[in-house]
Design a protein around this ligand. Structure first.
Ligand SMILES: C[S@@+](CC[C@H](N)C(=O)[O-])C[C@H]1O[C@@H](n2cnc3c(N)ncnc32)[C@H](O)[C@@H]1O
Length: 204
């Protein structure tokens, strides 16, 4: 498990497991969880697999419990970037392997089509990497986003260097420049969150 996870603040009722979501069934009894959250899997799952996985997640949620899915939808970039277009590069490869690059738009449909789920709702929130407001919470969100982005792009060295999209000796400088430009120019992303309840809540 990646040491990025701050284990010192891990709540007592949280455990981590390494597993493969494409190897079903999930290793949990029916109705194990009050709430299941799954997010940012768009590059990892074949488009035809989403209904099967959602059915399996529904199985492990308790009656009356909730499941919530979140994916990134529309992204607005302010033109060319100093960093190789990693997202475009990854998407190009992934679409040819059968991912749904519009999965954020389709989450609601998938939940509505799933027998046993009710109260399906979609909430779209916009993340701006360089907000117009400069109050403390906007600055804090931008800093958190910068840290997250630095982590994500630092891990992308091999997929960029191997096919020659970036020279190894240029990599560190590009990461720094890219995080800097992302925080100083306005990028916008839609974060699409869809949630639903399983069946009817039973009185205990
Ligand atoms: C973009 S990251 C999102 C990580 C985390 N959900 C978050 O929101 O910070 C995608 C994650 O999906 C994981 N992943 C991809 N395919 C998977 C699979 N078949 N089974 C389990 N995890 C998978 C990858 O290892 C990676 O950690």
């Amino acid at each position: 498990m990646s040491p990025v996870q701050p284990s010192a603040i891990k709540p007592k009722n949280v455990d981590f497991m390494v597993g493969d979501l494409t190897k079903l069934p999930l290793p949990f009894e029916d109705g194990t969880f009050d709430y299941v959250h799954m997010r940012l899997l768009n590059l990892g799952l074949h488009k035809d697999f989403w209904p099967t996985l959602i059915s399996e997640i529904t199985r492990v949620v308790k009656p009356g419990g909730h499941l919530e899915l979140m994916e990134i939808g529309r992204a607005v970039m302010p033109g060319p970037t100093k960093f190789p277009n990693l997202i475009g590069f990854a998407l190009q490869g992934a679409v040819s392997r059968g991912i749904d690059s519009d999965i954020a738009k389709h989450l609601k449909y998938h939940l509505e089509s799933q027998p046993g789920l009710t109260n399906v709702q979609e909430v779209v929130r916009q993340l701006q990497t360089c907000p117009d407001r400069s109050d403390a919470s906007a600055v804090r969100i931008a800093k958190l986003y910068g840290d997250d982005l630095r982590c994500a792009v630092t891990g992308s060295k091999a997929p960029l260097v191997a096919p020659g999209l970036c020279k190894e000796e240029d990599f560190e400088g590009l990461v720094k420049a890219h995080v800097g430009e992302t925080l100083s120019t306005k990028h916008e992303f839609d974060w699409v969150r869809c949630f639903a309840m399983k069946g009817e809540r039973k009185e205990e």
